[in-house]
Unconditional design. Structure first.
Length: 474
């Protein structure tokens, strides 16, 4: 930028007197450094431009030279070569500043303009820095405001100030190393650790119902999903609903299948029950609705999967659900996700569902004992599921009338693999599960993780109220 010492003085000494006579010699360039003469570095009251200090100077003085382009012995201003230089007007900028004469004049105390030499303490120039160039740099200027409309300065492109109302989002930090930045793909740039996704751990509490789902310790994503809700029957009595789904890992997009099925079944139940549909019929219809939702995903295959028919490797999942009213417990399922009945006195605890699996078929056919069948590597091969490639959909439903209060455990095999029998599940369920279902669900997920967490883990707990009716199937 242009440097000019305050009128009547230079930074290093008194002003050079002008030579008498008609041919004044060329004024000497000021010895002040450009960084010391930047407007705004003087004390308050110093004129903003040296030309404004004296409305009628008799001849140009040393302060009219520019430190960045004045050479000793050379006229610092074109007017100095004329024998009778006209007196500059009080409102006339130096010739070399004519290109920017329309700039707003900085007020005293304004920050140093860009292009001036960097300054050290108390305005001393930084060692090793060259003097500022007189020629304005091209591009965006940071040292001046935008010119008024209709004014010159078409080469100025003002920099838009940031909106103070919009806070910059902090960069995501890795949860593992606490130092690396997280890429858009969800991995740390520093240690490469995958960051938690929204479905890696989910919890929900809705009235007396609660559910928890976790990715587990071995899987890269959570392919389980759940949905819980409450509504009222036509007579005003409350009803609780829980649905749990487990995506089939060997199928495409199993996480989408489980999410679509759980949402569709839950919506169907919450719509049918207030209209007076019997809970067991409502459960049957909910499973059909879930099946339709999963089937619809087969027609949404990505382009790269176009060579595969929808019937081959279509999205698929299992489902299990429970409906609890004041005196009735209804369960429904397809696949190997399960429901358990755990009474408050823990006796007797009962498994309410039968798996659609290879192991269950072997046991039902009398070909293997239960322990032997479930120890086989084919044990968890399912024979029933929701999906466009399912052989035949056979929704299972059952209704019960418990004679005592308790809690219904609705879960995927990620939990029951670590508490397979009803008695083992009863031991894992906290004693206060009916009063604190969310806490109990967290405890059960922790039980599976402590056991190895080889699969996704999802569990929903539905408390059953005390009723004076006798037990039995409805």
């Amino acid at each position: 930028m242009h440097a000019a010492a305050p009128s009547g003085s230079t930074a290093d000494g008194p002003p050079h007197p002008t030579a008498p006579g008609p041919h004044p010699p060329a004024p000497h360039a000021p010895t002040a450094h450009a960084s010391n003469a930047t407007p705004g570095t003087g004390s308050p009251g110093t004129p903003a431009h040296p030309a404004a200090a004296d409305p009628h100077p008799s001849a140009p003085t040393a302060h009219t030279a520019h430190a960045s382009n004045a050479t000793p012995g050379t006229p610092a201003h074109p007017a100095a070569a004329h024998p009778h230089p006209p007196a500059p007007s009080a409102h006339t900028a130096p010739a070399s500043d004519a290109a920017s004469a329309d700039r707003p004049t900085p007020s005293p105390g304004a920050p140093a303009q860009a292009g001036a030499a960097p300054t050290g303490a108390q305005g001393a120039p930084v060692q090793g820095q060259p003097a500022a160039s007189a020629a304005p740099s091209a591009g965006v200027r940071l040292d001046r405001r935008a010119p008024a409309e209709g004014a010159g300065g078409g080469d100025d492109y003002p920099l838009q100030a940031p909106d103070p109302r919009v806070a910059a989002e902090p960069a995501a930090v890795c949860v593992a190393c606490r130092a690396g930045r997280v890429d858009d793909d969800g991995y740390c740039e520093n240690c490469g650790h995958a960051q938690p996704r929204e479905r890696d751990h989910m919890e929900q509490e809705c009235g007396p119902v609660a559910a928890v789902s976790d990715r587990g310790l071995r899987h890269h994503r959570n392919e389980d999903a759940f949905a819980v809700g409450t509504t009222a029957l036509p007579d005003g009595s409350p009803v609780s609903v829980a649905v749990v789904c487990d995506g089939v890992s060997s199928a495409t997009r199993p996480d989408e299948a489980s999410l679509a099925a759980s949402r569709a079944a839950n919506a169907s139940l919450l719509d049918a029950l207030p209209r007076g549909t019997h809970p067991q019929q409502a459960m049957h219809e909910a499973i059909l609705a879930a099946s339709e939702a999963v089937n619809a995903l087969a027609g949404e295959q990505p382009a790269e999967a176009g060579e595969h028919a929808p019937q081959q490797n279509a999205p698929a999942c299992t489902i299990v659900g429970a409906v609890v009213t004041a005196g009735l417990l209804v369960v429904g399922w397809v696949g190997d996700s399960r429901a358990y009945w755990i009474p408050v006195d823990r006796s007797p605890a009962v498994r309410l569902t039968e798996d659609d699996s290879w192991a269950a078929q072997m046991v039902a056919a009398g070909l293997m004992g239960e322990a032997e069948a479930y120890a086989d590597h084919r044990a968890h091969a399912i024979t029933g599921w929701l999906g466009a490639d399912a052989y035949e959909l056979e929704p299972h439903t059952a209704a019960f009338k418990p004679d005592r209060p308790g809690v219904v455990v609705v879960c995927t095999d990620g939990l029951w693999n670590y508490a397979e029998s009803a008695d083992e599940m009863a031991e894992a369920v906290p004693a206060d599960a009916a009063a604190r279902p969310l806490h109990a669900a967290r405890v059960l997920v922790g039980h599976a993780l402590d056991g190895g967490g080889h699969d996704n883990v999802t569990v929903a707990l539905v408390p059953f109220p005390a009723v004076p009716q006798g037990a039995g199937s409805a």
